[in-house]
Design a protein around this ligand. Structure first.
Ligand SMILES: *Cc1c(COP(=O)(O)O)cnc(C)c1O
Length: 416
């Protein structure tokens, strides 16, 4: 019988440690990000490649280094185990011989947010929370609402008013209390903090509780396992709050301590939008903390995050890995969406379009080479973003004597 080897929580800034059997958000002493820590030596004896081979492909296959103690609380909707797809046509176009794409849009609720919220809601329920609350650009709220429904917890969702319609509808469908807030995601965060203090909701904001990062960590675990216990040369990641980068970086460290991988690391590459790039700006200035980005604006809601509590953790991973940080324009990222769909049959979200656009720019600037094995992180699916796919659809009259001529004319126009 496998078990979790969770031992305690540790602050990533001041180093203070805490018992893990209590509902904590950030470090009670300094307010920074808490990490879950495990007895990795004991975990390594059980979580062997051979043992893993027989387990189902969901988040809990890595049970020993996941936080839930009692398996009855390990919620699942089939998250994780997403394919690592070769994307050779796209690679040829962008100048790579070994381009891969981790298709996390195939997760429940259509984004990789399912991983983080699966872990966080499971653990919150295990520790006695009865209501969970989240400020969100949409995907995190949908994921939290789904897992809260699964766990039987009340869900409170606070989103900017201009969040895509499908995301509002998803949350409502799952029975969440949905509120639109005038402002951006950081303004939504203020509402959550007020309710958490006065109403006892458990706040599952990005990196403001320790377990969403544990769920996102599984992206790094899966990547290593899918590549036969090694890592690629570079990972390109659309960065908002940064849980994904931070979680993967933590995963690699744990895997090395468990003897499953060596000390080589991929270059961790942050992509943000030109209209909201606090981490890129801090990287360029050589700073470890990122200032709030004023007037954040982009069509990619998941990366419209003006301030990140885990800025120092993101920037440390980028620096330690020899990575970089860059921006792309909305125009470029929409072209990236088009390329993924037309070249590979992958209808991705605009954040993923940013990753494709960044891959192109990094080859053009010579930052990455043709031989580099590069993994594009496809964090979300495109179906929630149909408003970005514009254009008229020709309407046919089946009795039109010139039917085929009409079709030919339309097709000629499209390929001209
Ligand atoms: C939230 C989100 C991101 C940003 O992820 P972080 O791990 O918070 O940086 C990227 N893409 C999509 C589709 C998202 O929903």
């Amino acid at each position: 019988m496998t078990r979790s080897y969770l031992t305690h929580l540790e602050c990533t800034a001041c180093g203070e440690t805490y018992r893990a059997d209590q509902l904590l958000t950030t470090c009670p002493s300094c307010g920074k990000v808490l990490f879950a820590r495990y007895d990795l030596e004991a975990a390594a004896r059980e979580m062997t490649p051979e043992a893993l081979a027989g387990r189902p492909w969901n988040l809990w296959r890595y049970r020993e280094i996941m936080p839930v103690q009692d398996p009855r609380y390990a919620l699942t909707l089939g998250e994780g185990g997403t394919p690592l797809l070769p994307v050779a046509r796209l690679g040829r176009l962008l100048g790579y011989d070994r381009l891969l794409l981790k298709d996390d849009g195939q997760n429940p609720t259509g984004s990789f947010k399912a991983r983080g919220l699966c872990a966080a809601v499971s653990r919150a329920a295990e520790l006695g929370a009865t209501a969970v609350a989240i400020p969100s650009a949409g995907n995190a709220a949908a994921a939290m609402s789904a897992y809260a429904a699964r766990a039987g917890l009340d869900a409170y969702v606070f989103m900017p008013a201009d969040v895509p319609e499908p995301m509002k509808a998803e949350c409502r469908a799952y029975g969440a209390h949905v509120f639109l807030v005038e402002g951006l995601i950081n303004d939504c965060g203020r509402v959550v903090r007020a309710g958490a203090a006065a109403r006892g909701w458990f706040d599952v904001s990005t990196l403001k509780e320790p377990y969403r990062a544990e769920g996102k960590k599984t992206m790094g675990l899966e990547l290593a396992e899918q590549l036969g216990w090694r890592l690629p040369d570079a990972i390109i990641y659309p960065t908002g709050g940064g849980t994904g980068i931070v979680g993967m970086w933590k995963a690699f460290d744990e895997l090395e301590r468990m003897g499953l991988i060596d000390s080589r690391r991929p270059r961790m590459i942050v992509v943000q939008a030109e209209g909201c790039a606090p981490i890129v700006r801090a990287f360029e200035r050589g700073e470890r903390h990122a200032e709030l980005w004023q007037g954040a604006q982009t069509v990619a809601p998941g990366i419209r995050v003006p301030v990140a509590i885990g800025d120092y953790l993101i920037l440390d991973a980028v620096h330690q890995s020899g990575g970089t940080a860059l921006t792309v324009s909305d125009e470029e990222l929409l072209e990236g969406v088009r390329l993924a769909a037309t070249q590979e049959g992958l209808f991705v979200s605009p954040e993923v379009g940013a990753v494709v656009a960044a891959a192109r720019a990094l080859r053009e600037r010579g930052v990455l080479g043709r031989d580099d094995e590069v993994v594009l992180f496809a964090t979300g699916a495109g179906l929630k973003h149909i408003d970005l796919i514009t254009g008229e659809y020709p309407v046919l009259h089946p009795d039109d004597p010139d039917l085929l001529a009409t079709i030919d004319r339309v097709v000629a126009g499209a390929t001209a």
